[in-house]
Design a binder for this molecule. Structure first.
Ligand SMILES: Nc1ncnc2c1ncn2[C@@H]1O[C@H](COP(=O)(O)OP(=O)(O)OP(=O)(O)O)[C@@H](O)[C@H]1O
Ligand SMILES: [Mg+2]
Length: 292
């Protein structure tokens, strides 16, 4: 089976309501199929010309509309796996199947990425940074600015439309990145340590923002994080990877009631899940330190 690739630019999506921030159209999840990663391995060549095995035999199925957190020691291949799932890189062996309902390469669900370094365009205003994906999709200027404003309000950036990214704090820039990812209403969002660069208090607020937005929109999200609490607070599942070469060590369902808030992290069920995660992770972190 051929690896499916995503479209490089976002597709046009249904216009968002600009009147009611709580009534944006929900995605057509019934049409979206799981992401299936089967037997995926990835080899790179290191600076000395030796083969470096980043991933080995990774199997992972992500159902549409679920939030999956991906956690593992540094260098275990999380970003590599995310890039492969997002069609930004190809596996060395194994297959990626997206949107199995249609099957053909190039027809995968529209996806968006959020990276730690924001990926913002410094020469564009805040509103135009958010509207950029819509512009690429051919949405007219008035509509794309309106939709961008709706999302800026949703992430608490109303009033900053005309600012430039450099005039924002780190937390605000991260919010801007979230708005930019959500505005195109992608079926799938890939987030690689999106909150890694902000202070712990801002991070808690961003986690609550993301929880709220996700619980409203129910997109398929794959989030890479180093934070056990973040993984558990946000995820329907937490996938723990081994030290490099990375493979799935544990796939932990998080059966905590929604809606969740940061207060959820204080409960006994949460503490128990955190222990289970740490037990699975600690040997891998130790092993990865021996490897490096
Ligand atoms: N383009 C590349 N060329 C060569 N080696 C690479 C490349 N990308 C990743 N690697 C190597 O593959 C391994 C996995 O890297 P990856 O970035 O996926 O890890 P990670 O789990 O995301 O780590 P971190 O938690 O530190 O972000 C590392 O050893 C890295 O050096
Ligand atoms: Mg990484």
């Amino acid at each position: 089976m051929a690896s499916a690739r995503r479209r490089g630019t976002p597709a046009a999506a249904a216009p968002a309501s600009t009147e009611d921030l709580g009534s944006l159209p929900s995605p057509g999840l019934a049409d979206a199929a799981p992401i299936e990663v089967r037997g995926v391995s990835k080899a790179f060549v290191d600076p000395h010309g030796h083969q470096l095995l980043a991933l080995v035999n990774v199997d992972l199925v992500i159902e549409a509309g679920t939030f999956v957190s991906l956690i593992g020691p540094s260098g275990c291949g999380k970003s590599t796996l995310l890039r492969i799932m997002g069609g930004l890189d190809q596996p060395s062996t194994g297959t990626l199947r997206v949107n199995a309902a249609t099957g053909a390469a190039g027809t995968g669900p529209q996806s968006a990425f959020v990276f730690q370094d924001y990926g913002l365009m410094p020469w564009l205003t805040v509103v135009d940074n958010v509207a950029f994906g819509l512009k690429m999709a051919g949405v007219g200027k008035t509509e794309r600015r309106e939709r961008a404003r709706v999302w800026l309000a949703r992430v608490g950036l109303a009033g900053f439309e005309r600012a430039y990214p450099e005039q924002l704090s780190g937390g605000m820039r991260q919010r801007l990145s979230l708005a930019r990812a959500f505005v195109t209403e992608p079926d799938v969002l890939f987030m690689d340590e999106p909150m890694g660069a902000v202070d712990p208090q801002t991070r808690l607020l961003l986690q609550e923002d993301l929880l709220r937005i996700w619980e409203e929109t129910r997109k398929t999200v794959v989030l890479v994080t180093h934070s056990l609490d973040e993984a558990l607070l946000l995820g329907d599942r937490v996938v723990v990877m081994t030290a490099r070469p990375g493979r799935v060590k544990l796939d932990l369902p998080v059966e905590l009631e929604r809606p969740r808030t940061v207060a959820t992290t204080g409960g006994a069920a949460f503490a128990s899940l955190r222990n289970t995660l740490w037990e699975a992770l600690r040997d891998e972190v130790a092993r990865s330190m021996e490897l490096s």
